[in-house]
Structure formats: C-alpha cells, structure tokens
Design a protein around this ligand. Sequence first.
Ligand code: 13P
Ligand code: SF4
Length: 312
Amino acid sequence: TPKGSELIEAIKRLKQEKNAVILAHYYVDGELQELADYVGDSLGLSQAAEKTDADLIVFCGVHFMGETAKILNPTKKVVVPDFNAGCSLADSVPTAEFKLLKAQHPKAVVVSYINCSAEIKALTDIICTSSNAVQIVEAIPKDKEIIFAPDANLGRYVAHKTGRDLILWEGACVVHIDISLEKLQKLRTEHPDALLIAHPECKEMILKEADYVGSTTALLKFVEESDRKTFIVATEAGILHKMKLAVPDKLLIPAPANEQNSCACSECPYMKMNTLEKLYNALYYELPEIEISEEIRIPAYKALKAMLEISK
Ligand code: 13P
Ligand code: SF4
C-alpha cells in the first residue's frame, strides 16, 4: 500500500480507472471527506447512491449505509473500507424481537430510522432519516398506530413535534447519548452568545436546552445562515470539518462527552474505523463487498422508496 501523499494520489487514480464514486458521511475523518465525490447526511447519501452511474460505489460511513446504497442501486458493486464499522442503533434491533413487537401491534404502520439493518428495513413500511422523520410521521393517517424504531430519542422528539403517540423501540446512539449536559451548561455560561445546536439523537434533556435541532445537513445550513458568530455543536465532531470550511470566521465549539477522550468532544468509534489506507484497499481489491439477497432487498427497497417519494 502506498503511503502519505502518494496514497491520496493512488486513491484518486484508482477511482478514475475503476469509474468509482466515493460517498462519505460528515462524521468520517476530514481527509476522507476531501476525497469524496459527495459528502452528506443519511438522506442526501441515499439519494446520491440511488442516482449514481458509477460502476463501483465506495461508501465511507458505517455498514447500514453501504447496505442502503446496495438496496437502492443493486446492479452496482458496493464496497466499504471496514466491514466491522457498525452502529449502536442498528445493533439494538434483533430481527426476531422486532418481529415479536410487530406481532403485538399487527395493524401498526412501521417507521424505521435508516440506522438499522437491511433485515429490519425489510420488515418496515417506511424508512425515515433525521431530516424527514417529522414529515414522514405526519404523512401517516391520524387513526393509525405507529411503531417507531430503533432510536427512542429521535422517536420522543418526533412524538413531541407531531403530537402523535409512537410505540418506541428503546435503541440509542452511543455517541449522542454520551454528550454531557453538565459540561454543555458550563460551556454556555462561558460563551453566553453561543447558540446550542443539536442532533435529534441526543437525549431529551439536551434537546430541551437546544436553540435548534436538526440533521447534520440541517445543522450545517443553520450555522451558514444564522447571523450568530458562536455555536456549540451537539453532534459527532466530524461535522466540524465542513462547518469550518463553510464559516471560517465563526467560532464552533464541539459538544463535550461525559467520557474523557483524546479530542474532548464526541466521536463515533465506528465512523472513525474508516481510514485512507482501508479506503485504498477497498478500491484496489473491490472488497469487502456488501451483498443482500433479493428476498430482503425487495421489501427493504419498498420501504426506502416510500421515504424517497415523500422526500423528493
Ligand atoms: P444524519 O447525517 O442523517 O443526521 O445522521 C446522523 C447519524 O448518526 C448517522 O449515523
Ligand atoms: Fe450509529 Fe451514532 Fe455512530 Fe451514527 S454516530 S453511526 S448513529 S453510533
């Protein structure tokens, strides 16, 4: 494997030779975001994966994102830098237990957050992301029961926004639930002019304190459009890469985690499993490849399509 700047050049060369597209989530390291053809939130990345005409999709993100790309664009080869980059939300839903919950509420419409496995998507009526969850739930007739899985914090936020009663799956994002309210409050006293902006995967007590709640793309747009100069950003710190490029003159303070860590911020260990070297290997060997049986893919596709139709 080449090293340093040679590695970056080799990735660019391989990408061209293989007619590959690199998709990256805002939470992966900045150097990977810089090599990507498209960087976005879960909704934007799904739309990009669906419409690409590249032969090879390399997804720098986590496993469920690679799966989503394959479900939406099955004739393309989809590879990921690290097959073990998972997600605590996706991991919180065993298929058998989810089937049991559905059996207890046979008439309920099943809404699943995109952070779930292909198997769970196949058991879902309509997928949502953090940027359209409120809109998706509002599109469901008022007399219908709704199961909302797997993020209970997002679910409670959506229930509050829509006034709907949701049957929640108690999953959580390990990164967002570890943001420290106490440290946030201290930061706010140190920066009284700062606006607190938060991702809806955060705990309710943080969302209550927040001046603005939104998906990663929505948070980025908010700092660009706001007149304010200082922001405390309560989401994974990777988003600061694009934010700093977009608003170089503003002060952006990443929200601190409870756990003491090297960056004194919130980092997703799964997203950080993506490295330049693994990206190079994924492009070179076209491995590890995401494969999904048609039995799972077809119903999962339906649930994703139902969302994309509403979120055009
Ligand atoms: P969005 O980028 O859709 O806001 O999702 C956040 C997230 O946690 C992805 O894993
Ligand atoms: Fe999953 Fe949270 Fe990491 Fe996103 S930030 S991939 S929701 S664990």
